[in-house]
Each structure stands twice: as structure tokens, then as C-alpha cells.
Design a protein around this ligand. Structure first.
Ligand code: BGC
Length: 373
């Protein structure tokens, strides 16, 4: 445990949504287990569970490629590790995710992996899981305001934002000549604990350049709340970009846009092109297929790659240690989630541009195949 960060509380508006049934039941049943799973805060306390136990995975939605990849990888690799996999996605609806977690506990899950829709809204579902002795791992996103979380596996979210901000500056210098540069700022969904962190990381790089006049946010919309994109909805980002361009850029060129992920990056490029602008420098996140193609073509400037296969592999490594009743691998840092200091496994994200894409994807045949010619 090297460092401790503090999480700032966020406010959010929850849509009133009806819970519906789960989207995917990869495998279910079986895995009746021995007593004494050793759930709780102290990983590796000597408890363990059956090698074929049920492991639940509750993903927030399948609206971006990383979550769809996680669904496939967890389904295959939990099975390969001998577990009974119960992999579901919650369509960005908090009550649906709460119900899925409750059902996983009822079905005897011994570990549950959660990519929360809203990091703050799972307290009671996770408390019930913890009380039943279930191990709980946050996946890709922090789980907030509860002690019912054993660990979180993610890519550093502040680091991700720093890379996005720096890449935007690099792209401006490379493609848009001398500054000052006209830019706009976009953030992700405000309920997702990653989104404010991505923005904070990016602003730590951009703010000094705003202050010294190298970059100008023409709309003046520089706060996360103004820049956020509800539910990570690409359509909402595109509408906001349309409005900003109409109100501020009739006589100006837009040079660059900070984007929190690839889907929003492509929406921004579509909006700018439709408004008759040249393609601005836009960063991204997730190394999605369509964005790699766009980068290779010379449109989107960059993405940040956080390989899902590494995140899934690390998660399963930890679950396997719990299963055997062994100490899990050492965490990289801790982060205060509002209630406890959570052990965090923080993997390193990497920037991808046209220049280094072949190198970064050397061991990823699907992505490498997009880079022909
Ligand atoms: C993930 C991103 C993803 C976004 C929207 C974030 O929490 O880290 O990879 O693009 O959610 O799904």
C-alpha cells in the first residue's frame, strides 16, 4: 500500500427507471460451496471456497467496447479457471444492477465483480453480499461510500486523464501550427467515479496552458459539471458540440477538443465536420475498433489504451487467491472511498497515435489487423 487518495463526493440525479431482467446469463447454478468463505475486509484470512463456485460479474452496460470485451473475457476465462460464471450487464440502470447483485448472492456466488453504474448507489446490495460472506471486487470503477468492497482493479483514472490532456496538447502542436488554440472540453458520465478523475487529470495538464493563453476554451465551459456527458451518451455529446459550435464558432476555427472516450471523440468529430470545420485534434479512450480505424486514417488524433484482457486477468488472479484462501497479490495503492481505504490494483494506460499504433498492438491481432497499408 503506497499511497492514499481521497475521493470527493459527487452529487447526481438518478433517473427513475424500471428494473428489468438481466441481459445475459452466461452460466448459472452449481457451485454449492463449503462454509466459511472468509468474506469481509481482510483478504487471505484463511477462508476459501469451492473451486467450481459461482462467480458473479455485474457490468454497468455494454454501450462501449471495453464492457462488451469484458463480458466475453469474463465468461470464457472464469470458466477456464474452473468457476461457474454468472456474467450480466445492467443497461445503465441502477435498480437493475442492485437486483442483479442481490440475485447473485441468492444464487450462491462466492465472489462478485462489479463495474458500478453509480459508484455511490450499491451500499445496501453490497452490504447484503458482504454479510453473506461474498468477496466483492470493483472492476474498472471505484465503489464508493461502503466498507463492502475488498479491492478495486482498474487503470489509474487520474493518470488516464493526464495522458488525454497531454495528448491533446501534443496533437495541437503537431497538427495545428502555432497557438493560441481554440479548444472545448468534454467529460464523461457524472455518476461514474472515473469521469471526474479523468477530467481532473486532464485539467492538471491543460489548466496551466489555459492560464498562460496557449489554449482558449472559447465557450468558457471549463467546469466538470458543464463539460460532463450524462450517461456517457454519445448523442448528448454530439448535441452539446453542435450547440457550442453554433454559438461560438461561426467565425472561428476549432482546433482541439478534450474527449473522455472514443465514442464521444467520434461524436465530436462528426459534429465539427457537419458544421464545416476541419477535423479538430481529439483524444479518446478504449482503443475501440472504429477509433483505431479513424486514427489510422488521420482523423481522431489519439486514444488511450487500457487493455481489458489485462484487467480481467488481474481480477481473476485475485479471485483465485480468495478461492484458495490465500493472500491476494499486493495492491499498488489505497484510495479512500468515503468509508474505507480500498486496496487498488492500478494498471498503466498507454497513449496510442498513428505513430506508435503498430507497436502498441503488436500482441493484439484484432487491433493490429485494422492497421493495414
Ligand atoms: C470506462 C471507460 C468507458 C466509460 C463508458 C468508464 O468507466 O473506464 O473505458 O469508456 O466508462 O462506458
Amino acid at each position: 500500500m503506497k499511497t492514499t487518495k481521497t475521493v470527493t463526493r459527487r452529487t447526481l440525479a438518478l433517473g427513475g427507471v424500471a428494473a428489468t431482467t438481466s441481459l445475459l446469463l452466461a452460466a448459472c447454478g452449481g457451485g454449492r460451496t463449503a462454509e466459511g468463505t472468509g468474506g469481509g475486509d481482510d483478504a487471505g484470512d484463511g477462508g476459501g471456497f469451492d473451486a467450481d463456485a459461482t462467480v458473479g460479474v455485474s457490468l454497468p452496460w455494454l454501450g462501449t467496447q471495453n464492457w462488451a470485451e469484458a463480458q466475453d473475457l469474463f465468461t470464457a476465462q472464469l470458466k477456464e479457471a474452473g468457476f461457474t460464471a454468472l456474467v450480466q450487464a445492467a443497461d445503465n440502470k441502477v435498480p437493475q444492477q442492485q437486483q442483479q447483485i442481490e440475485a447473485m448472492v441468492q444464487q450462491g456466488a462466492k465472489a462478485i465483480v462489479v463495474g458500478p453504474i453509480d459508484g455511490t448507489q450499491l451500499g445496501s446490495a453490497l452490504k447484503a453480499a458482504k454479510d453473506a460472506g461474498v468477496r466483492i471486487i470493483g472492476y474498472d470503477r471505484l465503489i464508493e461510500n461502503t466498507d463492502a468492497v475488498d479491492a478495486v482493479v482498474q487503470f489509474g483514472s487520474i493518470r488516464t486523464g493526464e495522458l488525454q490532456g497531454q495528448s491533446l496538447l501534443d496533437g495541437l502542436a503537431e497538427r495545428k501550427g502555432e497557438g493560441p488554440y481554440n479548444i472545448e472540453l468534454f467529460g464523461g458520465g457524472p455518476a461514474d467515479p472515473n469521469a471526474p478523475n479523468f477530467f481532473t487529470g486532464a485539467m492538471s495538464v491543460l489548466q496551466p496552458k489555459i492560464d498562460d493563453g496557449t489554449v482558449v476554451v472559447v465557450s468558457g465551459q471549463v467546469d466538470f459539471q458543464q463539460a460532463a456527458t450524462q450517461d456517457w451518451d454519445n448523442g448528448k455529446a454530439q448535441s452539446r458540440m453542435d450547440s457550442i459550435l453554433a454559438a461560438n464558432y461561426s467565425d472561428k476555427q476549432i482546433d482541439g477538443v478534450l474527449s473522455p472516450n472514443d465514442g464521444i471523440a467520434r461524436a465530436i468529430i462528426t459534429s465539427c465536420t457537419a458544421a464545416g470545420q476541419d477535423v479538430p485534434v481529439v483524444d479518446g479512450l478504449d482503443a475501440e475498433t472504429e477509433s483505431i480505424t479513424s486514427i489510422w486514417k488521420g482523423d481522431q488524433y489519439s486514444t488511450v489504451h487500457k487493455p481489458t484482457k489485462d484487467l480481467v486477468a488481474k481480477t481473476i488472479e485475485i479471485i483465485s487467491a480468495y478461492q484458495k484462501g490465500e493472500e491476494p497479490p499486493a495492491a499498488d495503492e489505497t484510495e479512500n472511498n468515503g468509508t474505507i481505504d480500498v486496496p487498488i490494483y492500478a494498471l498503466d494506460p498507454v497513449v496510442v497515435t498513428k505513430e506508435n499504433a503498430k507497436e502498441v498492438f503488436a500482441d493484439d491481432p484484432d487491433r493490429l489487423a485494422l492497421l493495414d497499408g
